[in-house]
Ligand binder design. Structure first.
Ligand code: ADP
Ligand code: GLC
Length: 486
């Protein structure tokens, strides 16, 4: 069978530009696909951060007549693992100080519809017979709302490749006024319930979910949850209708980037065979965050966006009680101002016991995964979640709410699961601060039983979270969409 060619369109990709897990997936999944013979190319906007790291490139196309859009260029380069990279260069839309979606003050860019409309438009041109490139994808793989218009544009294009859309987070939808439809060059007829219309507005995500040939999401459990009102964010009806074209596949992780035995961010490397380095990393983390250098007090780690989704409000609420257990808390994150303030205030009120760093630091994120004894992730909903996967690989059992991909990737520790060697963390049902507190108490209880704790950490570190299995599952979806036999 000829090599399958896939255009992987994304709004972020590590290490070029990252706000969350999508960036990690956009780097690791194409690499895993290439390893099984899929010719995946990644398309990303040319933000400042991306342009600065694009050392060698070639201009492969110019788009100066896309109605409604400023002119742009397509640059071709290479990412890590030799993955072919296409960068959409349009300085007036992408080269500004700030993040990919928001300005420095945390407000969405006012022209996001145009910015991600252009990304979608160009991807659809590349996936159609109008493409100026010699490389023609058999399929376009879209990710989240920023690429949601690709399937819509492809639907109205000549010689169009099929598309799939991967939902990484249904909470972000790309909702804009109805006039956006015409501004972005889509036919007025698609502003309909059978199209891009969503409660009187235009929705990029709805467009993707409606027009894509197949929908995927990043865990099997989340695929079920989004068909119901509680976590469907208004799209549950459409997702239920399309359930036969909806597949949930658990994310993997980049096992080279996240490898405690070979991680240059750490004070000392370690492995399941020799855990000495874990204690050294705990010491280094305590020092870095101004925590008391006590090796026996359990240290809880957090690396997270500070948003309602992540449920950190519950942890902040019980933080004072945790210090009395005793336990220490090391937090890294940024997001909603009130949570940042509470985290900072707590670190001032409980010096030596609670440490908080507000910001984004790749270095510290690895150091927390390694140096903490347990990792806390009480998400209200979690499409997949990567940090609980990283923490297991680093022998740092996660404490999680039973939702989404957390349920699919963590096995609650009970006498039975400890005995059969599957236990890998602590899970609580019922999103209350008290339930989180009880789960943490359970974890700390086991922590003080050194033999059992060691067994739990070993279970975590020997689990297989590589992308290989899911890459095969994506390939099966591609083949299904293309009508090929597996
Ligand atoms: P989400 O994508 O919803 O934020 P995930 O768990 O899938 O959640 O992925 C989050 C990714 O972003 C992880 O790689 C995590 O380490 C990283 N991350 C989140 N916040 C920070 C931060 N403040 N500094 C460094 N890395 C962070
Ligand atoms: C989203 C989700 C997260 C998931 C990530 C990568 O940001 O919130 O759960 O792991 O995408 O798929």
């Amino acid at each position: 069978m000829a090599e399958l060619k896939v255009l992987f369109a994304t709004s972020e990709v590590a290490p070029l530009i990252k706000t969350g897990g999508l960036a990690d997936v956009s780097a690791a999944l194409p690499a895993a696909l290439r390893a099984i013979g899929v010719d995946a190319h990644v398309l990303v906007p040319g933000y400042n951060q991306v342009m600065a790291q694009l050392t060698q490139h070639e201009v492969v196309a110019v788009f100066d007549n896309l109605p409604g859009f400023p002119s742009s260029r397509l640059l071709s380069g290479k990412m890590a693992h030799n993955i072919p990279l296409l960068v959409l260069d349009c300085p007036s839309l992408y080269q500004r100080d700030g993040g990919p979606y928001q300005d420095v003050t945390g407000h969405d860019w006012a022209d996001n519809a145009l910015r991600f409309g252009l990304l979608s438009k160009v991807a659809s041109v590349l996936g159609s017979s109008a493409s100026p490139l010699d490389w023609h994808p058999d399929l376009v793989h879209c990710n989240d709302w920023q690429t949601g218009l690709i399937p819509a544009y492809l639907h109205f294009a000549q010689g169009a490749a099929p598309s799939i859309i991967a939902i990484h987070n249904l909470a972000f939808q790309g909702i804009f006024p109805p006039a956006t439809v015409l501004q972005l060059g889509l036919p007025p007829s698609c502003f309909s319930i059978n199209g891009v219309e969503f409660y009187g507005s235009m929705s990029f995500l709805k467009a993707g979910l409606y027009y894509a040939d197949h929908i995927t999401t990043v865990s099997p459990n989340y695929a079920r949850e989004i068909q119901q009102a509680e976590l469907g964010f208004g799209l549950q009806g459409l997702l239920f209708e399309r359930r036969d074209s909806l597949t949930g596949m658990l994310n993997g992780i980049d096992t080279e980037e996240w490898n405690p035995a070979d991680d240059h961010h750490l004070a000392m490397q370690y492995s399941v065979a020799d855990m000495t380095g874990k204690a050294t990393n705990k010491q280094a983390l305590q020092k870095k965050l101004g925590l008391n250098p006590d090796p026996d007090v359990p240290l809880l780690g957090v690396v997270s966006r500070f948003t309602h989704q992540k449920g950190l409000d519950l942890l902040l609420e019980i933080a004072p009680r945790l210090t009395e257990l005793p336990a220490q808390l090391a937090m890294l994150g940024s997001g909603e101002a009130h949570m940042q303030k509470t985290a900072r205030d707590l670190s001032h009120r409980y010096p030596g016991k609670i440490g908080a760093v507000i910001g984004f630091s790749e270095d510290l994120s690895h150091q927390i995964e390694a140096g903490a004894d347990m990792f806390v992730m009480p998400s209200r909903f979690e499409p997949c979640g990567l940090n609980q996967l990283y923490s297991q690989r680093y022998g740092t059992p996660p404490i999680v709410h039973a939702t989404g991909g957390l349920s699919d990737s963590v096995v609650d520790c009970t006498p039975a699961t400890l005995k059969d060697g599957t236990a890998s963390g602590f899970m609580f049902d019922g999103m209350t601060a008290e339930n989180l507190f009880i789960a943490i108490q359970r974890a700390i209880g086991l922590y003080h039983d050194k033999i059992k704790w060691k067994a739990l950490c070993k279970n975590c570190m020997t689990k297989n979270f590589s992308w290989h299995h899911s890459a095969e599952a994506y390939l099966a979806v591609y083949r299904k969409v293309l009508g090929q036999q597996g």
